[in-house]
Design a protein around this ligand. Structure first.
Ligand code: KIV
Length: 266
């Protein structure tokens, strides 16, 4: 049976009914597995910069790189909603710039929506995208594109005034038209308070168990990100170790002359 496509409206309607499951994907084959596992959303995160391209932060990734990988992911899914992360400085300069770049993700890369970081101050941009038919996923709490200002990947909203501001941000983004909001790295109680303050799904990452859904970086979950991962990550596999072992075995066989054997020949 063909599974029907997850859309912004369908994901929005999951609030209070069932949890939203989302994972990052950056390439065709990972997207196929994410889709086959039944994920509602495949996020082409700007974490691409770090997980795939080896940069120390998300800041250097370009529009062209994000488009290239989003198109690969879009080719790999049939049901999951493909959301492309708008890279640093692709939407901050002006509403016109944000519209033009978000439009490229939809037209050129086959994305179903875009994500951009920021609270209430981002509302006008979001409104313009949504009014022009582009579904937007919000992102508040820890916003890695602000790393130069925040000075590190720290838990956000610990002080009551910061918590109040994040709740207000979530409400403003909802009013601006986002279909869901990523809430990153806030105390569990604040994740719950934000979730209760809005009628759209909250997608938590390090925001506790009370959000309406969850997202993780697939490399973290698979054990491909080295030994240091944030505390909120749950490792479901050790593919890094498995890959190393496979590569070592291959090298041993090549050097020992046992691969290829007659069986692998023509
Ligand atoms: O870039 C990314 O992968 C993200 C998620 C962690 C939410 O923004």
């Amino acid at each position: 049976m063909k599974t029907s496509k997850w859309t912004a409206e369908r994901i929005k309607a999951l609030k209070g009914t069932s949890k939203v499951a989302c994972l990052t994907a950056y390439d065709f084959n990972t997207a196929r597995y994410v889709d086959a596992a039944g994920m509602h959303m495949a996020l082409v995160g700007d974490s691409l910069a770090m997980t795939v391209l080896g940069y120390p932060t998300t800041l250097p990734v370009t529009m062209e790189q994000m488009l290239h990988h989003t198109a690969a992911v879009a080719r790999g899914v049939t049901a999951a909603m493909v959301v492309a992360d708008m890279p640093f400085m692709s939407y901050q300069v002006s509403t016109e710039q944000a519209l033009a770049n978000a439009g490229r993700f939809i037209k050129e890369a086959g994305a179903d929506g875009v994500k951009l970081e920021g609270g209430a101050f981002r509302a006008d941009t979001i409104r313009a995208l949504v009014q022009n038919g582009i579904p937007v996923l919000g992102h508040i709490g820890l916003t890695p594109q602000s790393i130069r200002q925040t000075g590190g990947y720290k838990v956000q909203g610990r002080k009551s005034e910061d918590a109040e501001r994040l709740i207000a941000d979530a409400r403003t983004l909802q009013d601006a038209g986002v279909f869901a909001i990523v809430v990153e790295c806030v105390p569990n109680a604040l994740g719950q308070a934000i979730t209760e303050a809005v009628t759209i799904p909250t997608i938590g990452i390090g925001a506790g168990p009370h959000c309406d859904g969850q997202v993780l970086v697939s490399h973290d979950l698979l054990g491909l990100s080295g030994t240091t991962v944030p505390r909120f990550v749950k490792r479901y596999a050790d593919l890094g170790d498995r890959m190393l072992k496979a590569f070592q075995d291959y090298k041993r066989d090549v050097e020992g002359g046992t691969f290829p054997s007659d069986e692998q020949g023509y």
